[in-house]
Design a protein around this ligand. Structure first.
Ligand code: GLA
Length: 669
């Protein structure tokens, strides 16, 4: 026996130095499953892209993130220690407050307590030798996400055996799967069934139709003043006389003909269905320029998205002059001698750009702020509102996103009157120009904007802070829209922010959305049920097959564009399962059955993670009584465009984790 022990000790003595422990640096891991409440995690930088810095101490190595942030790692007992230095980044302001947690198999191993700006960095060094799953969490410390810029510096795992750190991420890997069948080759007219325009204002509408080309178009009963280009399907002109005009749109090709009723409403209300298009922010942010905007328009045509009703090409922030900028492309005189706003050198010819877009049958949007500066510090409208409205109209813009930003420094208090004022001022200015400009309010939901956005002329208003491409952000925003439905309708829509699908990244470098395929189906289904403006936030010129496929489902898009304009209500919410239903103009109901999982209700730190094997599917039952109907009803799967049969009293289906089954329910007479 003694001899045996001696042999083992001798062997250990010889071999131990050769069993190398390995360091797995957090910033070298696959971070695609790290969630973040705002923006996306940054490697070796703060969330805003600056040097990592906590209470003046600088770090070269680490991850800049934002509450609420989660990251789950499969350690499987193969790691010894986790160490890091954490704190709130110096770029945050006083509002920021976070709490860091390290969890091992649901147990809290380390907790920072609430950390604020200026608090000295805290050192973590914990034993994780028995841990199978390691959870890294940053919470908002219970007071909301504002300025929660949280840094994990010098974060690393000492591994006890050689493992490829890339394999550590405990993420749900699922491959994109295509549900939308290809569009038929015979003509099919898609898109909105109603369109509003003000008398004597320029009219532009492109008939959205799929099917084999060449295709010719016709329209019966077009009101006087409008004409149709039979080759392109683009209708232009001006209608002087108010009224509702019932038009018949016709599309023909070698395989057949499609007809569709279309109502042109000439009056005071525009934006009768939620705007559909593209916006530069979620992909390019400050890296936007005129060529990228043109490329988006080209792609809208080339991919065929225009044939499904996608229309707007919207420039977000960063087209104006940036006072104090050292970059020759963005520096210069903010306004000309007459006080008219100037574009920067990345947008050398705005009228040429708007013309380029209009000639393709598309529309174009612009962005500014009621404050002196936009959110990215570019010149904005304060005290030049009328001039700027005129400038936007003269340049040929069809849409204005008006973002609160630096107006926060002008606003004297938080009363309703103060919130409304700058938006009313711009609405009055827009009313004086002879062009229809869709008016998009952006102030993140302050003062319950949904209750008064319509009164100040808003066609849409953001109900939330900025979205990012994480489940926490997208689902947090989307599923929190319950109760807002009564404030939405034709001409005035709730806006839960833009779509985070495809290649996104807030420029210049982009990455594929971090949402899983099921989460993306949830995103689009929910946004359509919510009658949300649909603004694609990705680089359209590099759109992949999967993204293009789900953005081209006409039956799904028809839920969003339904002429009744009734936003869905949540009719069921239990145990991580939700059902949302929306009344449709044809008497049917669009219904989304969602399996969200329970983590969105997290109260304990451990609840933020899915520790166990995730059930891939859950059964959800929709009852006729929940829908306010009785007896038999037909069910059609909208993503698959397939009838599922006739059901009595209830319909049960299996829904993937974080996914959706979107159906149309038609009561039988
Ligand atoms: C705010 C808005 C975003 C975007 C940026 C531009 O954050 O909410 O949608 O427009 O400003 O700076």
């Amino acid at each position: 026996m003694k001899k045996n022990i001696f042999t083992v000790l001798l062997a250990l003595f010889f071999y131990l130095p050769f069993i190398k422990s390995q360091t797995a640096w957090l910033d070298k891991l696959n971070l695609s499953s790290m969630t973040c409440g705002w923006s996306t995690p940054q490697v070796d930088k703060s969330i805003d892209g600056n040097e990592l810095s906590i209470a003046g101490e600088k770090f070269n190595n680490g991850i800049g993130t934002h509450s609420i942030s989660t990251f789950l790692l499969n350690i499987d007992g193969k790691a010894k220690r986790f160490s890091a230095v954490v704190g709130l980044d110096d770029e945050a302001n006083k509002q920021g407050s976070v709490e860091f947690y390290v969890l091992g198999d649901k147990k809290i191993l380390w907790q920072s307590g609430v950390m604020r700006k200026g608090d000295l960095a805290k050192i973590i060094d914990v034993d994780i030798s028995k841990v199978k799953k390691l959870g890294l969490l940053v919470t908002d410390a219970g007071d909301g996400l504002d300025y929660d810029h949280a840094d994990w510096c010098n974060a690393k795992l000492e591994m006890s055996s050689k493992v490829d750190p890339k394999t550590l991420t405990a993420q749900i890997i699922s491959k994109p799967y295509i549900l939308t069948p290809p569009s038929p080759l015979k003509p099919q007219i898609n898109g909105a069934k109603v369109f509003g325009v003000r008398p004597s204002h320029p009219f532009l509408y492109t008939i959205a139709a799929t099917g084999k080309r060449p295709m010719t178009f016709a329209a019966e009963n077009l009101p006087e003043g409008l004409s149709l280009d039979s080759k392109t399907g683009i209708i232009t002109g001006k209608v002087d006389k108010k009224g509702n005009y019932e038009v018949k749109l016709i599309a023909k090709n070698s395989l057949g003909k499609a007809e569709s009723n279309f109502k042109i409403s000439v009056g005071s209300t525009i934006c009768l269905t939620p705007p559909m298009g593209w916006n530069s922010w979620n992909c390019w942010a400050e890296a936007v320029d005129a060529d990228k905007v043109k490329a988006a328009a080209d792609a809208m045509i080339k991919t065929g998205l225009i044939n499904h009703g996608w229309t707007y090409i919207n420039i977000d922030d960063c087209w104006a002059i940036k006072p104090g900028s050292k970059d020759s492309l963005t520096s210069g005189l903010p306004r000309n001698k007459e006080g008219m706003i100037n574009a920067n050198k990345k947008f050398p010819d705005m009228p040429a750009l708007t013309n380029y877009i209009h000639n393709k049958g598309l529309k174009i949007g612009i962005y500014s702020s009621p404050g002196p500066l936009t959110c990215a510090d570019y010149t904005a409208c304060y005290q030049h509102e009328q001039q700027d409205a005129e400038r936007f109209a003269e340049w040929g813009f069809d849409y204005l996103k008006y973002d609160w930003c630096s107006y926060g420094n002008i606003a004297k208090d938080k009363t309703l009157e103060t919130y409304e004022k700058p938006y009313q001022v711009m609405q009055d200015a827009l009313n004086k120009v002879d062009r229809d400009i869709v008016y998009s309010l952006c102030q993140y939901g302050m003062g319950d904007v949904w209750k008064w956005g319509n009164d100040v002329g808003g066609n849409l208003w953001r109900t939330t802070g900025d979205i990012n491409d994480s489940w926490t952000s997208m689902s947090g925003i989307g599923f929190n829209q319950a109760g807002h439905e009564k404030y939405s309708g034709p001409g005035h829509w709730n806006d839960p922010d833009m779509l985070v699908v495809g290649l996104v990244g807030w420029g210049p470098s982009l990455h594929p959305t971090r949402l899983t395929p099921d989460e993306q189906y949830t995103h689009i289904s929910l946004w359509c049920l919510l009658d949300a403006p649909l603004l694609i936030g990705c680089d359209l010129s590099r759109i992949d097959k999967f993204t293009l496929n789900f953005l081209s489902n006409d039956e799904v898009l028809a839920v969003d564009q339904d002429p009744l304009g009734k936003q869905a209500s949540r009719i069921y919410n239990e145990d991580g399962k939700q059902i949302w239903a929306k009344e449709m103009a044809d008497g049917s109901k669009a219904v989304g059955l969602f399996y969200t999982g329970v983590e969105s209700k997290a109260k304990d730190p451990a609840d933020y993670f899915n520790w166990n094997k995730i059930p891939t599917k859950e059964k959800i039952t929709l009852t006729a009584s929940e829908l306010g109907i009785s007896g038999k009803f037909k069910v059609r799967d909208l993503w698959r465009q397939k009838d599922l049969g006739t059901f009595t009293d209830k319909f049960t289906t299996k829904v993937p984790y974080h996914g959706v089954v979107l159906v149309k329910v038609t009561p039988e007479k």
